[in-house]
Every structure is written in C-alpha cells, then in structure tokens.
Design a protein around this ligand. Structure first.
Ligand code: PXG
Length: 441
C-alpha cells in the first residue's frame, strides 16, 4: 500500500471498517479473470467483482466504447432531451426479454431500479382507478438493495433494524431455504413449491387482493446466500398473481445477463413477470447503470392516462441513460452476443456443478447448491460466532490468490462467464484447501 494513502476518511460500505483499515486488502488492476493487488499478486475472481463483471474485467471492446463516448459527448440531459444510445440499449434489452416486456426505464443502480419498479407498480394501479392497491409483498431473506423501498420489501434483518419506519404497507412471503428437505440439491430443489401458496392462503387472505399492488422476488436469491427456487415455485407465484391481478416483479439484478445460464432468470425458470429490475451485468460494471423493463400494458396504461404533451411519470434521475453507461451497455451486450457467453455459462454449468459438489467432503460443509454459474456453499456456524468460519475462509482464499464472497456462513461463487475449466478447478481447489484449514481452527 502506498505510504501516503490514508484510509480513515472513507466510510466503507458493508465493510468491517476497523478490521479492514487495520489490515487492508486493495486491488489496483484487473484483466479478464484476475485482479491485481497493491503488492502485485494476481487474484482469481470467483465472484465477478460483486456479481457484476459477467464478461470478465477490462474488456477491450467496452473500454474502447467508453473512451470514445467520453471524447464525443460526456453527458446529455435525460429530461425532455435525449441521445441515441439510450434508445438503442432499450431496444436491445427489450429484444432480449420474453413476451411483451418491451419498455425500459433507466437508472444507475439496482437499488434505484427497485425503487423505480415499486413506483411504477403504484402508478400503474392508480391510473387504472385502483390506487387502493398499495401493499407490497416481498420475501424473507430477499435483498432488493438499500433504498427505503428495497429494505422495506427486502427480508434481511440486519439491513432493516437500524432504520425505523419504512414503507408502511408491506408483507413478506416465507423464504424457501430448507436444509432438511433440500440439502445438496443440484439445480432447482424438489421441495418447496407449496410455499408460494402462502401468498394466497395467508397474505391475500389477510390484506385482501384488492389492496395489493405487487409481489417482488429475486428469481434466485443471491445476497441471502444463493437460494435457488424450488421446482414449480415461481410458476405458482405467477398463477396466484394472475388470479388476483397482482403485478409480479422479478428482481434480476444478479440473475440478469447470463448468471443462471440464460439471458435472464425469466428464461431459465420459464416464468414471465410483469416487471424486471436489472443492473450490474448490464454494463459489465464498467459504468454504473440500472434498468427496469415493463410489459407493454403497464407503459401504455401510465403513458396514455396523462393529457397529451404532458409528463406522464414524475420520476427519473439526472443520470438516467447516461451516455457513458449506454456506451458501456452497448459494447457489453455485443461482447455477450459475440462470445455467446450466456450459452457458455449453460454449457459450463455441469462441470461447475460437479466441481463444487466435490466440496461436500470438506469440514463443516452442510449444504452445496448451484445453478448456471453460481453456487452456494453453506458451513455449520461456529458455536457462538456466526459468520466467523466463512469469513476466515474468505481471508485464507484471498491469501492463496482467489476471491470468494461470504454472507453469514454461506460462501457464494459467481465467476465471470469466461472462466475456463482449469480456472474452475483452481477456484474450487483453493477453496477446498481453505476449508480444510478453517476446519482445523
Ligand atoms: N437487487 C438485487 C437482487 C441485488 O442483488 C440490488 C438489488 C441492489 O443493487 P445496487 O446496485 O444498488 O447495489 C442487489 C445488489 C453480495 C452483494 O455479495 C449483492 C449485491 C450488492 C453487493 C453485494 O451478495 N446485490
């Protein structure tokens, strides 16, 4: 670390600031599958940064596109003005989505995408004369970013407990994680579709469908530790939403752009929601960007309800559709397409599955689950010290040149979709060594 670098002023996000500043870990470079540390070590990226560099790091095509855009036009106002890039990206995203999910609103992060989606859902019901539909249904262990909307529908206790009042009318479905029934499942677990029925039997029964605006879930919960939807679960949610005219929102901030083996989770799980939120992989993380895709009927209802020539939705961000972000997105979508990366994730998935499930024999492993190029490895928490075992494993992996991610005592692997079989072996091999060592502690 440079001697003149002071770490004190920066209040780091979701980080143990004091421990980090006592023993910092700094990256200073990145290329393809690797980071470079400040002391010149290469670290294999097993997590695509924070689930976002799906095409690998510093890809030349994306770098060039952003450079060129920065030289040509740095910024264009997005309100009552436009620039071609945002229209092109919206069209391309609409073409990647199934059904009539064909209008796209831009923002700058997953948290903003979630807020935007919730607001669009309320606006949609209101313009149809159903403004009484203002209850949102999230799910326990859901993660929808850190805005007040997102933490309200989210189900991560630590992310909520400090912050007092949130959106006032929210209920939560039960999460689907059950080790007794589903431990060591490969792909979608068999047990748990019936948990979707709670939407009808408990939540709709309590609030009445006529008061509920939307149900928001991650098709596969990422941050809570890779919780893969049970077979048939998402279809049941869709059926119940249809029956009671509730909008179904899929938060695809993590599952978007190939993570589960197809462009989006909607395709992998063959269930079409009404609204999809996305971010992260949309620009391969080169420039922050988020987006919300909605079905045609939602756009039409809101837009056509306003008098002609007036603003239809009072919502937007200074940087909605920022030119650098749209340039990065266009080049990123090119890379995904040219290198067939979503199909590559699908084709590599069985090899990845075999590799990660071999960790079953390691000490303290109580579950392994996977789909596409994502896996969760759950450890038995150390008595009285939750999270410690997984975090120590993270530190050992980092020392050995591999980046993993932990949440509680769950290890998540979500490598860039360009990973080779040899690198999968390296990632899992190093993690295995680290688990063996942590097992002795
Ligand atoms: N929705 C989902 C499903 C997410 O996973 C967000 C919204 C919020 O996105 P922004 O861009 O506002 O952070 C996320 C973010 C992790 C991890 O390791 C996950 C996220 C972010 C950082 C770390 O689990 N997900």
């Amino acid at each position: 670390m440079p001697n003149d670098l002071s770490l004190q002023a920066h209040w780091m996000p979701f980080t143990a600031n004091r421990a980090f500043k006592a023993a910092p870990r700094l990256f200073v470079g990145a290329k393809d599958m690797h980071y470079v540390t400040d002391d010149g070590r290469k670290v294999l990226d097993g997590t695509s940064g924070l689930w976002c560099t799906n095409a690998g790091h510093c890809r030349a095509k994306i770098v060039e596109a952003v450079k060129k855009q920065a030289e040509t036009m740095d910024y264009a106002p997005g309100f009552q003005m436009g620039h071609p890039g945002s229209f092109r990206v919206a069209t391309r995203i609409a073409n990647m989505l199934p059904g009539d999910l064909d209008h796209v609103f831009f923002c700058n992060s997953g948290s903003e995408a979630v807020d935007t989606a919730l607001k669009i859902a309320l606006a949609y019901h209101r313009v149809r004369g159903e403004g009484h539909r203002n209850v949102f249904v999230g799910r326990e262990r859901g993660y929808h970013g850190v805005g007040f909307g997102g933490i309200s529908v989210g189900g991560m206790p630590a992310n909520r407990k400090m912050y007092g009042s949130m959106l006032p009318r929210v209920d939560h479905l039960p999460h689907t994680h059950n080790l007794k029934e589903n431990a060591f499942s490969r792909g979608e677990p068999n047990w748990g579709a019936h948990l979707a029925d709670e939407l009808e039997t408990r939540i709709i029964a309590l609030h009445d469908a006529s008061n509920i605006a939307a149900v928001i879930v991650e098709p596969m919960a990422g941050s809570a530790g890779v919780l893969i939807p049970p077979k048939g679960y998402l279809k049941r949610l869709r059926e119940i939403c249809d029956k009671h005219k509730l909008l179904l929102i899929f938060d695809e901030v993590i599952t978007g752009f190939g993570r589960t083996g197809y462009a989006f989770g909607t395709e992998t799980f063959d269930v079409i929601p009404d609204i999809i939120t996305m971010a992260k992989g949309i620009t391969n993380a080169m420039v922050p960007m988020g987006a919300v895709a909605v079905r045609k009927g939602i756009y039409d209802a809101v837009v056509n309800s306003a008098p002609p020539d007036t603003v239809e939705l009072f919502h937007g961000y200074t940087y909605s559709g920022h030119p650098l972000a749209t340039a990065a997105a266009e080049a990123t979508l090119d890379v995904y397409e040219e290198e067939n990366l979503f199909a590559r994730a699908r084709e590599l998935a069985p090899y990845f599955e075999q590799a990660v499930h071999a960790l079953r024999e390691m000490p303290n492993v109580i579950d392994i689950r996977n789909i596409g190029l994502v896996a969760g490895i759950e450890l038995e928490p150390k008595a009285g010290k939750p999270s410690e075992r997984a975090f120590k494993t993270f530190l050992k992996c980092y020392e050995k040149g591999v980046l993993i991610r932990t949440t509680g005592d769950i290890i998540a692997l979500s490598p860039p979709l360009i990973i080779s079989k040899q690198q999968i072996d390296e990632l899992v091999g190093v993690l295995g060594d680290a688990l063996r060592e942590s097992g002795r502690d």
